[in-house]
Write a protein that binds this ligand. Structure first.
Ligand code: NAD
Length: 508
């Protein structure tokens, strides 16, 4: 597919939906409640921007607690019928959702590109991943068929799984389609009804998902979207009609949301930010390491919670750094590198680079001031490789969330592991080496939930579950894969005796 397709779609999501190119910025979004697009009660709207060109493409309402309450009422009233529906019927709807998503894949891809700024191939990969989660959700009947055992003579125990109830999903800007889909298919197939609160920076994909679910035959009220920001999120945490919530976003907000939601006794799982370390040993395969690291630091313009942010080189790794810089220079803004989400993000990322330089780090590849011909107002930062970063520098400690790699140097593997262990996050860590023993040594000691060996973006795919450690996740379990079953269901244990001959005992 070519970049920037001149595509026009008309949807019910807003008053007019002319996608990118012909846009006049007039698209005014609504919420999706009880199967209908519904006007928010707010008077406050935020512009929705196309980061690739820096132009407004619409407006999103900053909905109120009243708007949220309407969505909760819809989700609660839909819950009894939806949760009573046999799971095989819910799977059929999910299967149709998966097929329709595939049919609309080009349109969904273009929408992600338009509102997020990532390049089309990355946007397409995001849609493919969403489809994969839906496929996994269709296997739920096989995974939750329950357990039954005769626990004493004539007495059996069985476990059945029940939905948690009404669940909310609060999502970030960096994967407008995929992160909502981390929860939608699994939560719905397991019998929950839902409220999605997408990032106010990228609400268009979320609204389209609502329409596609409806087209797949989802009953009204089962899935609702409430647009907005802090006010809606706080209302979600506080609302007694919501049983559980998932959050994906920055650590700062993840902590606030986790504390507030659990103080209202809700089940909560909040995924936060990341600072992923790659430990590179001198025996690493040069090409494999360089290409994987360059792709990890720059993919989705570095705006992935799985992005390589810090590399710790152990010993003589100059040859790998040299090759890495060659690879980084092949990454060109506007071609194989997308925009970052906003002007503020571009300025923040460039500030990190400048401060590191002032603190004595050496900029090997400099992405500051990137500009794309014909898209001069787009928010681009070029790939940036910074060497001789020290662990105490700001850039080594904080999440940069841009296509920037900081390189630190150590003499031993244990020093490298100590640097990785000292960072407060714990999403991912990778090791690059050709020694199985060394890989195992690092993998066992890295303090992160997702480990890569010679892989820069170690995302576990279904049926494995996604989730980090430490300040990258608050709450038990993981958000996707098999672990999602624990989060989105409550086990009911039934102990049964039919035969009057069975003895009466204190343990039945
Ligand atoms: P963010 O924390 O700013 O926003 C996430 C959500 O929280 C949005 O829906 C937003 O409207 C809401 N929000 C923002 N401020 C709030 C506040 N004060 N109170 C209540 N709600 C608030 O995150 P972002 O900038 O959209 O996304 C980028 C972050 O997400 C990065 O830190 C990235 O690492 C993280 N992320 C983590 C994962 C993961 O799996 N751990 C995945 C994707 C993104």
């Amino acid at each position: 597919m070519k970049e920037d397709p001149a595509m026009t779609t008309t949807t019910a999501a807003g008053t007019s939906h002319t996608n990118a190119r012909g846009t006049n910025g007039s698209q005014k979004l609504r919420n999706f409640v009880q199967g209908k697009m519904s006007e928010s009660k707010t008077t406050k709207y935020l512009p929705i921007m196309n980061p690739s060109i820096g132009e407004q493409i619409g407006e999103v309402p900053l909905s109120t607690a009243d708007d949220l309450d309407a969505a909760v009422r819809a989700a609660r009233s839909a819950l009894p019928a939806w949760s009573a529906m046999p799971i095989k019927e819910r799977v059929q709807i999910t299967f149709r959702y998966r097929s329709i998503s595939e049919k609309y894949s080009d349109e969904l891809t273009a929408l992600v590109h338009e509102e997020n700024g990532k390049i089309l191939s990355e946007s397409k990969a995001e849609i493919d991943k969403s489809i994969e989660v839906a496929e996994f959700a269709c296997s739920m009947p096989q995974l939750i068929s329950g357990e039954i055992l005769e626990v004493s003579k004539g007495v059996e125990c069985r476990i059945d799984r029940y939905p948690v109830g009404v669940v909310a999903s609060i999502t970030p800007f960096n994967f407008p389609n995929m992160v909502p889909n981390w929860t939608i298919p699994n939560a719905l197939v397991l019998g929950n009804t839902m409220i999605l609160k997408p990032s106010e920076l990228v609400p268009l994909s979320a609204m389209r998902l609502a329409e596609i679910l409806q087209e797949a035959g989802l009953p009204d009220g089962v899935f609702n979207v409430v647009n907005g920001g802090q006010e809606v999120v706080e209302a979600i945490c506080d609302h007694p009609g919501i049983d559980a919530l998932t959050f994906v976003g920055s650590t700062r907000v993840a902590k606030i949301v986790y504390q507030r939601a659990t103080s209202h006794l809700k089940r909560a799982l909040c995924l936060g930010g990341a600072k992923n370390h790659l430990i590179v040993l001198p025996d690493a395969h040069e090409e494999m390491a360089a290409t994987n690291i360059a792709a990890s630091m720059s993919g989705c313009a570095g705006q992935r919670c799985m992005a390589a942010s810090a590399m710790v080189g152990v010993g003589a790794i100059d040859h790998i750094v040299k090759r890495l810089c060659e690879e980084a220079k092949k990454i060109v803004p506007g071609e194989n590198l997308g925009a970052v989400i906003s002007k503020a993000a571009k300025e923040r990322i460039e500030r990190y680079i400048t401060e590191a330089e002032k603190e004595g780090a050496k900029i090997l590849v400099d992405g500051r001031g990137a500009m794309v011909k014909g898209k001069e107002n787009g928010y681009y930062v070029g790939p940036t490789v910074i060497d001789y970063v020290r662990p105490e520098m700001k850039i080594a400690k904080e999440e940069v969330f841009g296509p920037v790699l900081s390189i630190m140097r150590t003499k031993t593997v244990d020093e490298a592991i100590a640097i990785e262990n000292a960072n407060p996050y714990g999403n991912a860590a990778s090791v690059f080496t050709q020694s199985g023993g060394a890989a195992r040594y690092v993998a066992e000691r890295a303090s992160a939930g997702m480990i890569g060996v010679n892989i820069g973006v170690p995302v576990p795919r279904e049926p494995f579950s996604f989730g980090g450690w430490n300040e990258s996740k608050f709450g038990a379990g993981d958000i996707t894969g098999k672990s999602s079953i624990e989060f989105f269901t409550k086990p009911k244990k039934t102990t049964i005796k039919w035969n009057p001959e069975s003895r009466v005992g204190w343990m039945s």
